[in-house]
Write a protein that binds this ligand. Structure first.
Ligand SMILES: NC(=O)c1ccc[n+]([C@@H]2O[C@H](COP(=O)([O-])OP(=O)(O)OC[C@H]3O[C@@H](n4cnc5c(N)ncnc54)[C@H](OP(=O)(O)O)[C@@H]3O)[C@@H](O)[C@H]2O)c1
Length: 278
């Protein structure tokens, strides 16, 4: 039986994939921070006859130490992991800079550091599976934002947009670095941009942006079931190359600055240093 680990598996795209894999007979471990959402997922899984194959793991992924505990828990309960899908995200586009208890800027911690710790931490569990895949869901192909090398925690001139875009670009580099660092690994690392999808994401935006985003979703956005179709296809039949990037069904060129190998390895080293004290 396949084991699928999904962060953000209790809502939006992650939940859509969780329910899809449960219907296909896989074992699913869904990670989220809200117990009520976890209970709803468990109830929906039970209604689909999959109660014995679903696990809700409550973790606050803004915390590096909690994410490391999650890695340990998954490794101690799963002989191997076939798919790791990284969807957890909470946009903080407005408002003041917030810092986690471990001293990291919120978007950097949740959207990037948790994915770094899970990708590298679960590598061995993935490598024992027959065709392992990591899918890092974000915005590859969007030429906005950059790594602020001199101040990655954005202590100066902070803006929520800047922080969100930096976390996206950091994830582009995470995939590029993973493949370079682990040459010969059987893991297929896919950076994936789902396009505009109607999820609960706008619920966390301030008004009037929340209403405007929801209104635009009714016109522009794909539904979750439709959006997870190409994701599941890629997860089940990954391309041969160790690292690829897609926007929906379109494969993206890796010969762009977003995936620059020197930058990727530089960010890897910087991240190692940052989290070594935690
Ligand atoms: N929707 C789009 O149009 C779109 C477009 C481009 C890219 N994407 C990317 O697709 C991915 C999924 O987006 P989505 O729209 O499906 O998001 P969503 O519906 O808002 O779901 C976000 C998920 O992340 C979890 N999460 C948030 N904060 C967390 C925390 N501190 N610890 C653990 N889990 C946490 C949430 O669970 P809790 O609430 O319980 O914490 C929820 O399960 C994201 O990476 C996003 O950037 C989405």
């Amino acid at each position: 039986m396949q084991t699928v680990v999904i962060t953000g598996g209790t809502d939006g795209l992650g939940k859509g994939l969780a329910l899809r894999y449960l219907r296909q007979g896989a074992r699913v471990l869904a990670v989220g921070s809200t117990p009520a959402k976890g209970r709803i997922l468990l109830a929906e899984a039970a209604a689909a006859g999959a109660a014995d194959r679903v696990t809700f793991l409550r973790t606050d992924l803004t915390s590096v130490s909690a994410t490391r505990e999650l890695v340990d828990e998954i490794q101690s309960t799963c002989a191997s992991v076939d798919r790791l899908v990284l969807c957890a995200q909470r946009y903080r586009l407005f408002g003041a800079r917030t810092v986690t208890g471990e001293g990291f800027e919120h978007s950097f911690a949740l959207a990037y550091l948790s994915r770094y710790v899970l990708s590298h931490g679960l590598r061995k569990a993935l490598e024992t599976a027959s065709r392992p895949v990591i899918m890092n869901v974000g915005t590859p192909g969007v030429p906005l934002g950059r790594i602020h090398w001199d101040d990655p925690q954005l202590t100066r001139n902070y803006s929520g947009f800047k922080a969100t875009l930096q976390s996206f670009r950091a994830n582009d580099l995470l995939g590029a670095a993973f493949a370079a660092l682990h040459a010969g690994t059987p893991i297929h690392y896919i950076g994936y941009n789902p396009g505009v999808v109607s999820t609960g994401m706008p619920d966390h935006l301030p008004q009037p942006l929340r209403t405007l985003t929801k209104a635009s979703f009714t016109v522009l956005a794909a539904s979750v079931p439709k959006a997870v179709d190409p994701m599941a296809r890629l997860l089940d039949q990954p391309p041969a190359e160790p690292f690829t990037a897609y926007r929906t069904t379109r494969r993206l060129s890796l010969k762009v600055p977003a995936f620059d190998q020197d930058d990727a390895l530089r960010l890897h080293r910087l991240t190692q240093d940052l989290i070594s004290a935690v």
